[in-house]
Design a protein around this ligand. Structure first.
Ligand code: S3P
Length: 428
């Protein structure tokens, strides 16, 4: 049980560089592994999820060294991965699992993947079924982990995705690299495009049509190792953006944050709510980055629907918190994907926010929140539900009440942001 910091007298102040982006760190290892030559990743995210990816590729015969946040991946090429004699442990990481399913479905060996209790409840048919249309042979356990992938020669397909998911899209892209002809994928809505951008940087041929949702992948590329600095994770910066916006008297600067437009939904939402954020973009030849300065602001309520969800999917618990202090009723809908994250995040947010007396109503695909109702602590013992993002949002919520609160399962932050509580302390 962790004692959370309560309302700071003077707000949040100072400057912080958040750890590297989780999605980009995973992909850096994976693309580095199937490239020729060495890939050097600096500012790599050393959280439990990304270390699950690193260990899995070591087990697949890829030499990888890490010193702090610098990682060298000695690529073995698209045909150089080796069978693992034991099942690969995916830990808590959905991204590792789903992307590896795509990659290994075209390899000439079999692999079994397993994971922790939370990951073992998450849906895997959303990946195994579309991969099967390419000729993949994957057995799931009733749609879940453990799964066994028996590598096959894959063929190119023309496939319309059934969920707006970058993990599913990326699994299909990694499979398509190994097919015998090009593949065309059509997304329901644009989702994070790190795989597409990074694959291009590593020498792959992948194009997205002007509609933003039709992606064509050319097979059998010769990928070349790259050196890259991983941008700060927008999804980690988001906790402090929210805290500084809500805690009176705050002004903070977050340095070198990734500003890829498929990830900046929270920035757009905060701006629309009346947030005070200034963005200083920096020139790069890869993923866009910039410094963000955030000051406390009086916020208006907001309505968010399906189209806006992908760019803010991981920040929706924070949108709920912003709404809980806004001057009116906010509605968030079209977010049913939250129910299949590390925990059912709709139900977790509703039950934990109710402990703080927040006027929140659960919808099948989101929530309605009245920010005008005063909060009152009903139960001071909060629960992270073994979910890193729920744990962190509750750590921020605690800054908005005077009553001391406690958090069960605070160590779940190790999944994406092990230094979260230390970094928060630095700003207090
Ligand atoms: C991720 C995609 C998203 C996101 C997850 C990371 C990725 O999941 O929630 O944290 O790196 O591709 P979905 O693709 O399931 O929406």
């Amino acid at each position: 049980m962790r004692a959370l910091k309560s309302k700071p007298a003077a707000g949040l102040h100072g400057e912080l560089t958040v750890p590297g982006d989780k999605s980009i760190s995973h992909r850096g290892i994976m693309l580095g592994a199937i490239s020729e030559g060495t890939t050097t990743l600096t500012h790599f995210l050393t959280s439990a999820d990304c270390l699950s990816t690193l260990a899995a590729f070591q087990q697949l015969g890829v030499p990888i060294e890490r010193q702090g946040t610098t990682v060298n991946v000695h690529g073995v090429g698209l045909n150089g991965l080796k069978a693992s004699s034991t099942p690969l442990d995916m830990g808590n990481s959905g991204t590792t699992t789903r992307l590896i399913m795509g990659l290994l479905s075209g390899q000439p060996f079999s692999t079994t993947l397993m994971g922790d209790a939370s990951l073992s409840k998450r849906p895997m048919k959303r990946v195994s079924e579309p991969l099967a249309t390419m000729g993949a042979d994957i057995t799931t356990t009733d749609g879940h982990l453990p799964v066994t992938i028996r590598g096959q020669q894959l063929h190119g397909v023309n496939y319309q995705l059934k969920v707006a998911s970058a993990q599913v899209k990326s699994a299909l892209i990694l499979a398509a690299l190994q097919a015998n002809e090009p593949t065309t994928l059509t997304e329901l809505l644009p989702t994070r495009d790190h795989t597409e951008r990074m694959l291009t940087a590593f020498g792959g041929e992948i194009t997205t049509a002007d509609d933003g949702v039709t992606i064509t992948v050319q097979p059998q590329p010769h990928l070349k190792g790259q050196s890259m600095t991983v941008p700060g994770d927008m999804s980690s910066a988001a906790f402090f953006m929210t805290a500084a916006s809500l805690v009176p008297g705050s002004e903070i600067t977050l340095k070198d944050v990734g500003l890829n437009h498929t990830r900046t939904g929270l920035l757009d939402i905060l701006n629309a709510m009346g947030g005070k954020i200034s963005v200083k973009s920096q020139p790069t030849n890869g993923e866009p980055i910039g410094d963000l300065t955030i000051q406390t602001a009086k916020l208006e309520p907001i309505n968010i629907g399906k189209e806006q969800i992908p760019a803010v999917i991981d920040e929706l618990p924070l949108v709920a918190l912003l709404a809980a202090k806004a001057d009116g009723v906010s509605r968030i809908t079209g977010a049913e994907e939250l129910r299949v994250k590390e925990t059912d995040r709709i139900s977790a947010i509703v039950s934990e926010f109710k402990k703080l007396g927040i006027a929140i109503e659960e919808l099948p695909d989101g929530f309605v929140i009245d920010g005008r109702k005063p909060w009152y602590v009903v139960d001071p013992v909060l629960d992270a539900h073994d979910d890193h993002r729920i744990g962190m949002v509750l750590g921020i919520a605690a800054l908005l009440v005077k009553t001391p609160l406690q958090l069960k399962g605070a160590d779940s932050v190790r999944i994406s942001y092990p230094e979260f509580f230390d970094d928060l302390d630095q700003l207090l």
